[in-house]
Ligand binder design. Structure first.
Ligand code: PLP
Length: 624
């Protein structure tokens, strides 16, 4: 039996008027309608929408892919996904995931003390597997051992040898025989943004020689039967299925040797890394993957079975820690656009002005170029325009040109560029020199949000996310734009977008009208919320849990309000009550000094108090 390659997923049907999130039952949720409904309840953008049905569907898809692979390969054991809490620790998300995990006998993974403490209080049964990764101290290990003592199905995974000694000591102290796991450093690495997670230089896990020491330590303590799980993780977002095959094969070989050495091996934990096809290219690009869930499952089951059969070792229960693949799909972030700016917004220069002769020479020439540029001369005229724009700037800097003339040069130059763009777009092949013209002329759309808070991977590692307007999709998007956020940081921008043929520098957008304009960023359920930071004190956005009820009606199940200004100020050690008192004193003083009237003072105090209680984002309704 060879691992089966299943067919690529069918492409989406052509979009209708407004994009919708396809619910599993094939019903659909109209995003614009949903945002309008929320707005009428005073829940404003930016809003993170979490779709419960997509989460459920995704877990079911992973479970079903592994079940199919198990059946087809005649694999003699089972599969269990564990949800790594670090991917999204929000309580509402973890509770939903845990609920769906129970349906499939899946488990959960904690990688730090706070995560462990949260998980220990959330998992109230003795069946749900709890895997504990990450560096551990005495207190961490003691909590795990005591959880083991009360019957929890909990496994500490040894990341460094000293932890094993702590586990043994603590187990003896409490008279517990815990299930123990070890993480191993594999030689296989994966070419991904997270490739340092794997290989001999990886931060976590034991070298093979340390693994051999661990076996001897456990044997000498008469605890070798406690060693039951082998784990490795070679990185997140693994793009290429070939790397997964190599890593799983190496891991399975180590597993078989551990089994032969006398350990009571039962569980093989292949880690995370199951990626998401963010850019839709189904390729090895870093924002994509070249395999489907079925192929992923087939590869893992096939290679583990093959190694175990060859070594005559019983098939282990296979665990994967597939965080991203579980939760990325279920969240969509919707921003409103606050406004736009751009060269195309300038009114184009009128035909040759009466005072042409009075203007500096390069501006006169730019007027001529603007009037006369055409398909036959555009390359030469474009070069002339660049030179004349530079000369106008030099003359201005030397004191020979006025601000008006500099403004005219700017306007004329961009007018000429727009004409060149119109010409080159009609050509079968865009001359290379003009490839950046569209990006250079792009409008800037201001999103009411923070890239640092809501899309940190876009900023930090150039992760691509699908981005599109959520309405007016029956109207041609005549504008080309880039997105900038409202932080005072020029890095707070998105300038690369997904294109059918790769990436593009501009996004197709509509002209703004007096009505709100919304764009959505898809596939943001993994890592973005927790990695997001408070840059400029923009806090968590509102988050809304949405599902379809039995009649396929949209149900707003939970509204998690975003951070208030008071909350983010407290985070940086300001006490809002104290600020309020100070402000009151300042206002009273100003009234006394007759700098403010009583009514003005009252208005300022009201503004301040409402501001503290309000959202950290701008009010879209005050912005037309
Ligand atoms: N397990 C471990 C040990 C990890 O370090 C990570 C993340 O890098 C994961 C699981 C989750 O990986 P992913 O979200 O790519 O599935």
């Amino acid at each position: 039996v060879h691992p089966k390659q299943d067919a690529p997923p069918p492409s989406l049907p052509p979009s209708s008027i407004s994009p919708s999130v396809a619910a599993p039952s094939s019903a659909a949720i109209d995003l614009k309608e949903l945002i309008d409904q929320l707005r009428s309840r005073d829940i404003h953008t930016p809003i993170l929408l979490r779709f419960t049905d997509l989460l459920r569907e995704r877990l079911a898809e992973i479970a079903s892919a592994f079940q199919t692979a198990i059946t087809e390969n005649d694999y003699q054991s089972n599969y269990c996904a564990v949800y790594p809490v670090k991917v999204n620790q929000q309580r509402h998300v973890v509770e939903e995931v845990l609920g769906f995990c129970k349906q499939h006998n899946f488990g959960i993974e904690a990688g730090s003390k706070p995560e462990l403490l949260a998980v220990l209080a959330l998992v109230t049964d003795n069946d749900t597997p709890i895997i504990c990764n990450g560096f551990k101290d005495d207190a961490f290990i003691e909590a795990v051992i005591l959880a083991s003592k009360i019957g929890r199905n909990i496994i500490p995974v040894v990341e460094k040898l000293s932890e094993l000694r702590l586990i043994i000591r603590c187990a003896k102290k409490h008279n517990v025989r815990p299930r123990i796991g070890v993480r191993v450093k594999l030689a296989t690495t994966a070419a991904s943004k997270w490739e340092d997670s794997g290989g001999m230089r990886s931060k976590f896990g034991l070298f093979i020689s340390e693994l051999l020491d661990a076996i001897e330590i456990l044997r000498s303590e008469n605890m070798l039967d406690c060693l039951q799980l082998l784990h490795s993780h070679i990185g997140s977002q693994l793009s290429d299925s070939a790397q997964i095959k190599r890593a799983v094969n190496e891991l399975a070989r180590v597993y078989c040797e551990l089994h032969k050495s006398g350990a009571s091996m039962q569980l093989l934990d292949v880690g995370g890394g199951f990626g998401v096809d963010y850019d839709g290219s189904q390729s090895t690009a870093h924002s994509s993957i070249n395999y489907t869930p079925q192929e992923y499952a087939n590869n893992i089951i096939f290679h583990i079975k093959e190694a175990c059969d060859a070594a005559q070792v019983p098939h282990p229960t296979i665990i994967s820690e597939s965080g991203r693949a579980m939760v990325a799909y279920s969240s969509v972030l919707v921003f409103d656009i606050l406004g736009w700016s751009g060269f195309k917004r300038f009114p184009l220069p009128e035909a040759t002005p009466k005072n042409l002769e009075d203007l500096i020479k390069p501006v006169q020439t730019l007027y001529e170029t603007f009037a006369e540029i055409n398909t036959d001369n555009y390359i030469e005229y474009y070069h002339d325009a660049q030179m004349n724009r530079d000369e106008a700037l030099s003359l201005f800097n030397l004191g020979y040109g006025s601000l008006q003339e500099r403004g005219l040069a700017e306007k004329l130059f961009f007018g000429i560029c727009s004409k060149v763009l119109t010409i080159v777009k009609t050509l079968p092949d865009m001359p290379e020199e003009f490839a950046n013209l569209e990006a250079m002329l792009a409008d800037t759309y201001f999103i009411n949000g923070s890239v640092f808070q809501s899309l940190p991977d876009s900023w930090a590692i150039e992760q691509m996310f699908p981005i599109a307007p959520i309405h007016r999709l029956d109207q041609e998007p005549t504008c080309r734009g880039k997105l900038v956020d409202i932080t005072c940081d020029s890095d707070g921008r998105i300038e690369k977008f997904i294109d059918a043929t790769g990436t593009k520098d501009v996004l197709e957008l509509h002209t703004l009208t007096d009505d709100p304009y919304y764009i959505a960023v898809f596939l943001v359920g993994a890592y973005q919320e927790i990695l997001g930071d408070l840059h400029n004190l923009f806090g968590d956005t509102n988050a809304v849990h949405v599902s379809l009820d039995d009649n396929n009606q949209v149900s707003i199940d939970e509204v998690v309000e975003g951070d208030t200004v008071s909350e983010v100020l407290r985070y940086v050690q300001y006490e809002p009550e104290e600020l309020r008192r100070n402000m009151r004193r300042i206002i009273e003083q100003s009234i006394k000094n007759k700098k403010l009237t009583v009514n003005e003072g009252k208005a300022l105090r009201l503004f301040y108090e409402q501001g503290l209680a309000g959202t950290t984002y701008l009010n879209p309704d005050s912005n037309t």
